[in-house]
Each structure stands twice: as C-alpha cells, then as structure tokens.
Design a protein around this ligand. Structure first.
Ligand code: PAF
Length: 295
C-alpha cells in the first residue's frame, strides 16, 4: 500500500522512514518536488545511521491518494488538504498527526466520508539541514479513529518500530497532549527559554501552575479524564524530561513563522467561552503570544 505525506518537517520525514521500514510505499508531497523524483535522507538514531531514498511529488500530480498522513502545522491543514482534494477518493484514509486541536473538526466537516484518524506522538526529531534527520526520542505514538468504528490501526502502522498504540478514545489522548502544550509552549515562547526553565525558575513555575489549574477546571467540566494526578505534575515531568529542548512554539517565534497558538491555547479558551468558564491566565497568554507573533 502507499502513503502520501503532506508536511515534510521532521515528524513527516520520521514517519516516512518508519512507513518505508514497515514495507509501505511513500511519497512526500512537496511544494517543489525534487527534479529526479526523490531525495536522500540521512537518518541518525542513537548510533544507527541509515540513508533512505524518499520519493517526492507535487500536489498537482495525478496519482490517486488512498492513504494520506498529514504532519503539517495545524494552521496549514485545510489549505494543504485542499491542494490535493481532487486526488482523494470518497473513502481515502486521512491520518492527522499534529499538535493542537480544532483542525480535526474542520476536516471532519469538509471530508465526512473519508476514514479519518488522529494521532499524537512524543517522538522527537529535528533536521539540522534538509538532507539529515536526527531522531532524539523514539517516543510513544497513539492513534485512533475520529469517525469510524475501526478496531485496528490503519494499514502499515502496526508493523512500525516502535509500533503505535491503537486508542479507541483518541480525543482523550489529543486533550492530554493539548494540555501539556498549553502548559509549556506559550510560556517558553514568551520568555525565550528552554522547557527546563519552567521548573527551575520559581516565577515561571508559578505561572505554569496557574495555567494547569485552569485546564484542570475546564477538562473536569468537559468530563475529559486528563491524568491520574493534577496536570501540573505531568507538565513538570515533561518539562524535566525535555529540559534542554526548545518548544516548537519558541522555534516558530524565533524563526518568524506563524505559531500554533490558535490551535493550542486558542482552542481551550474557545471551549471555555462556550461553557462560560473564565481562564484568565490562558487568555492573557493567548493575547501575549498573538502580539508576539504579529511583530
Ligand atoms: O511542542 C513541543 O515542543 C512539544 O510537544 C513539548 C512536549 C512541549 C516539548 O517541547
């Protein structure tokens, strides 16, 4: 079977290599596909170094898309999908593996007959240059259906190493990742600090506590079981485990790119508004990051 991939960043490239190793054909859809149709990716994971030939094509190619992995930034989802919509079949499998929430509902509304899946991953990878991928954490990946009653992972996913976990209730997994992103990303982006600073600096830790307490209130009202303990404990663990990392939002701000704030803090503030719940700390962060992104 073949997977097309929209979103050729580190995570898109990482899962392209995992799909290839799992015996799938892949093609990365690029704005500027390579003239000879593929590129060499040197992949470093621990001491293992492997080179992959990754096929590429443009969005305007004519090949039908049966299985589509989307690893774009959340805000690019709809435009990226629209660029290949004429190539989808009524029952194309679409798997969204991204940060943030909100884009899933938009895709559900626009492509109701597709087999829609969502996933979250803690895999960590970065690309020092376009030909090289450094995988720093194999991570855990959870995948589950958004609009079907499928009970098995989509084709080519169970065979991957490490194999993702099938989650019938993917919404809870999405909320858990969203809550961690709300706790870490905006603060690190605003203060220009590594994740570890959030537990080392008492002032930042206090802010993270307030953000987490608001999210605990909201998710309780929404009946979403976040974690066995308060969110702050989990967020502090992630900040500790990724102490030396720069969050994706800090990277976006640093490189002058749009941020995913509307799909992270923006999404929780919107949900809270609908329930009439006030989230003053999260709202303040939302406007501060908006202001920063606009400059
Ligand atoms: O978006 C990110 O950077 C990551 O999801 C996380 C968990 C905040 C770690 O840096």
């Amino acid at each position: 079977m073949k997977w097309h991939i929209l979103g050729a960043g580190a995570i898109g490239n990482l899962f392209a290599t995992r799909l290839l190793q799992a015996g799938q054909n892949v093609s990365l859809i690029l704005r500027q596909p390579k003239s000879d149709g593929y590129y060499q990716l040197h992949c470093l994971e621990g001491k293992a170094r492997r080179t992959y030939s990754l096929p590429t094509q443009s969005a305007s190619a004519t090949e039908t898309i049966s299985n589509l992995l989307i690893t774009t930034k959340a805000y690019d989802t709809e435009t990226a999908l629209a660029s290949v919509s004429s190539r989808l079949t009524p029952d194309t499998t679409i798997l969204l593996l991204q940060n943030g929430m909100g884009q899933h509902d938009a895709v559900l509304q626009r492509y109701p007959s597709a087999n829609l899946w969502a996933g979250v991953t803690t895999a960590g990878a970065w690309r020092p240059n376009p030909d090289e991928l450094i995988c720093v954490a194999a991570g855990e990946t959870h995948i589950g259906p958004l609009n079907t009653h499928a009970t098995q992972l989509p084709v080519g996913w169970a065979e991957q190493v490490p194999a993702p976990t099938y989650k019938q209730d993917i919404q809870t997994a999405l909320w858990r990742k969203l809550a961690i992103n709300c706790a870490i990303n905006p603060l690190t982006a605003l203060h220009g600090c590594h994740n570890g600073a959030l537990i080392e600096n008492p002032g930042l830790y206090q802010q993270m506590q307030l953000i987490c307490a608001e999210l605990d209130t909201l998710t309780r009202a929404l009946d979403i079981p976040l974690f066995a303990t308060d969110l702050i404990d989990q967020a502090a663990n992630v900040a500790q485990a990724t102490a030396g990392n720069r969050s994706s939002m800090l990277e976006d701000i640093t490189h002058g790119r749009p941020t995913e704030i509307e799909f992270i803090t923006g999404h929780v503030c919107q949900q809270a508004d609908q329930l009439g719940i006030d989230l003053p700390c999260n709202k303040a962060l939302l406007s501060q990051v908006r202001a920063l992104s606009a400059t």
